[in-house]
Design a protein around this ligand. Structure first.
Ligand code: GLY
Length: 400
């Protein structure tokens, strides 16, 4: 190396060193989240022209032949695609995303009167809820309030829960699934929007009953608890999408983590926080969680390591972890490192989808039904974007 080149290299290295030293500890991570979000915006915008805006084909997954599996608004997943676009609009402020998402969102309005499902939070709060948060559009608020009024019709005083499913009546009297924790977020919001505490009280009681009856000693959760409607007692403890009644279905644990973190945020009840912390430990230190932190579809699946992974469970659980970071100074460093690792893996080529309009591959819908095994599924994308947005905001805050 010539002297002058050597000199330049030394000055350059010193410069780099001093620039690095001046940055706060989170700063090196910051561009990663911005870059990843920007790349998801580019992907989503690029996909806009590739799929028709169609009320009967709201993106859910891929068919076996690789074509789009779209649904009508009635499907439990209908809110996720609009919700994902709202979040990417929030990040990018791109007008074309706003134009498209307003149309996708409108398709879902008619669900506000459907009393036959508990999934109204997923459908309406992920779509209209995100839209209202970003636009303060009063019409969106009215849709959310009507939907909340519809949802609480499924609440049963004696049981202390909102009924989940209406099918399988020959087996179940009053089934409640752990996933239902997620629909409570809309009820908490409805009380804030309306001043009517009924929604809050029902959501709070549902969370308390779930903590008492769904949660095992190790903080994992049963999938389905069936109640006797006369006595309010438990009839059955079962699974529907997991490996066995006693096993830990991975997405169920992710709903559990997100659901109770959110319930703590909304109520301040320390029992929810303590449980969520115990569950984070259960999930992320589980002996059968792979090193890359993307769980198998069930922590007790019989053929681990030859079992499908579930990217959706990883994305949802990461959101739960990041939410917890706001209140756990002692655990924060550990939770952030789990969240960062999960997001880095989900952002790697192994997990990034190139099939419009999906962002992530390798999710599992339901193994017992042989349905949507190892495919992209829209709710994985929705929660992946939510986690990236939250992590990016945390990194920005740490820089201030
Ligand atoms: N809530 C249905 C599921 O997680 O598959």
């Amino acid at each position: 190396m010539k002297i002058s080149t050597l000199g330049f290299a030394c000055i350059f290295s010193l410069c780099l060193l001093s620039c690095t030293q001046e940055k706060p500890s989170d700063a090196l991570e910051d561009p990663f989240y911005d870059q990843q979000l920007q790349s998801m915006v580019d992907k989503a915008v690029g996909y806009l022209g590739k799929i028709a805006i169609d009320s009967t084909a709201i993106p859910r997954s891929l068919q076996k032949d690789g074509s789009l599996y779209g649904t009508g608004s009635r499907d439990w997943t209908s809110g996720f695609y609009p919700g994902q676009l709202w979040q990417l609009y929030e990040y990018s402020q791109k007008e074309e995303l706003m134009q498209a998402v307003a149309q996708w969102t409108a398709f879902i309005e008619k669900e506000k009167y459907d009393t036959h499902t508990h999934d109204l939070g997923f459908k309406v709060f992920c779509s209209f809820g995100q839209g209202y948060r970003l636009t303060q559009n009063e019409a969106y608020k009215e849709v959310i309030l009507q939907t909340a009024a519809t949802l609480i019709k499924r609440y049963h005083e004696k049981v202390g829960c909102i009924r989940s499913w209406d099918f399988n009546r020959e087996v179940w009297q009053f089934p409640v699934i752990i996933d239902n924790m997620m629909n409570l977020e809309m009820l908490f919001a409805a009380t804030r929007m309306s001043g009517d505490s009924t929604y809050y009280n029902i959501a709070y009681q549902h969370a308390l009953t779930t903590l008492k009856n769904h949660i095992r000693e190790d903080h994992s959760s049963y999938h389905v608890i069936d109640y006797d409607t006369l006595s309010g007692e438990i009839r059955l403890r079962q699974t529907h999408q997991g490996f066995s009644d006693a096993s830990s279905w991975a997405r169920g644990q992710a709903w559990n983590l997100y659901g109770f973190s959110m319930a703590y945020r909304e109520t301040g009840d320390e029992r929810f926080l303590e449980h969520a912390k115990g569950l984070a430990q259960f999930f992320y230190t589980h002996p059968r969680l792979p090193e890359d932190l993307i769980p198998y579809w069930d922590f007790d699946a019989p053929h681990i390591p030859n079992e499908p992974r579930d990217a959706s469970a990883a994305a949802i659980a990461t959101c739960g972890l990041l939410m917890l970071c706001d209140w756990v100074p002692e655990e924060k460093k550990q939770y952030l490192s789990w969240a960062d690792k999960s997001l880095a893996v989900l952002s790697s080529p192994t997990y990034q989808s190139t099939h419009a309009p999906f962002l992530l591959k390798h999710s599992v819908g339901s193994i017992p039904d042989s349905s949507e095994v190892d495919v992209p599924i829209v709710y994985a994308d929705y929660y992946y974007i939510e986690a990236l947005m939250k992590r990016n905001a945390m990194a920005k805050l740490a820089q201030k």
